[in-house]
Design a binder for this molecule. Structure first.
Ligand code: KMH
Ligand code: ZN
Length: 277
């Protein structure tokens, strides 16, 4: 059994800074968060950025600055979101790879997303996948529902293995419109994954804890962070991403699968050695 890969999804595109003051939205807030999360046990940071008005943006020059700042201050694997916000056009989502991250998210299908639709048609998925291979960016396959797993099989069958050679997935559970965040669904989803794939899981909102316990019990890895939950316990807002990472790291220790270091995670995921200077 390996250690536990812990990813922090620190910001997301949906939460409002006014309602969640601990949400990191400036570059300074994000780098401070990243340092603290690495100390607490994270090995990967899943990154969404905001503009000067705190709105989500995919501006490539800002993304480049973000990648450089995170590389200068941490050893974390930098995984840029190509999902962005539900309003982002496909060309802007493809252009994210121009910021030269270590890794990126790649969602394997369209899903209802609360009152919105998170659109990921086949044509976009295959174009993004081919671009990750051309640019040497390691994709993490985001799976919000069972149909996304079928599309992942098709993608690998038609276009071959990803950059880095290893398939790692993230089950994003409990999104209103996606698969529910419970143990039975997690086990069924894991059974349907391609042979040899590894996986993390995250549960949105109140499904955070059931999904985390189920993932550890089933031998998976963990994603946590303020993109996915703003509440640490009933009635108690999250005070910072690091406390979510610390809780995941404590549970991983308890499960006798301690958090992977970034160096271990690079080897595990097939990400090339740190670009830190
Ligand atoms: N913000 C969601 C619409 C990703 O980062 O790749 C999509 C999302 C997935 O967060
Ligand atoms: Zn995201």
């Amino acid at each position: 059994m390996t250690g536990t890969l812990i990813t922090v999804a620190a910001t997301g595109a949906e939460a409002d800074k006014a309602q969640a003051p601990a949400l990191p939205i400036t570059l300074e807030e994000l780098t401070k968060t990243a340092v603290r999360c690495q100390e607490a046990g994270a090995a990967v940071i899943h990154v969404h950025i905001r503009d000067d008005e705190a709105r989500p943006t995919l501006d490539v020059s800002r993304l480049k600055d973000t990648v450089a700042a995170l590389r200068a201050s941490t050893d974390l694997i930098i995984q840029l979101s190509t999902g962005g916000a539900v309003t982002d056009p496909f060309d802007a989502r493809l252009a994210v790879l121009g910021a030269r991250p270590d890794a990126c998210s790649l969602t394997c299908g369209t899903v209802n997303f609360g009152d919105d639709v998170f659109a990921n048609p086949w044509g976009f998925i295959k174009d993004l996948y081919q671009l990750t291979k051309e640019r040497g960016v390691v994709p993490e396959f985001e799976l919000f529902d069972f149909g996304h797993i079928a599309t992942l099989h098709r993608l690998l069958h038609e276009y071959g293995p990803p950059s880095g050679g290893h398939v790692h997935c993230d089950l994003v559970m409990g999104v209103p419109g996606g698969m529910p965040g419970d143990a039975a669904t997690l086990v069924a989803a894991v059974r349907a994954l391609p042979g040899g794939a590894t996986w993390s899981a995250t549960g949105i909102g109140r499904t955070t804890l059931p999904v985390m316990f189920a993932a550890l019990a089933a031998g998976g890895h963990l994603r946590v962070g303020m993109e996915d939950t703003l509440t640490f316990a009933k009635g108690r807002p999250v005070t910072g991403n690091e406390e979510l990472v610390q809780r995941a790291a404590d549970l991983a220790d308890l499960a006798q699968r301690p958090p992977m270091t970034s160096a271990e995670a690079r080897q595990f995921l097939g990400v090339s050695p740190s670009g830190r200077r």
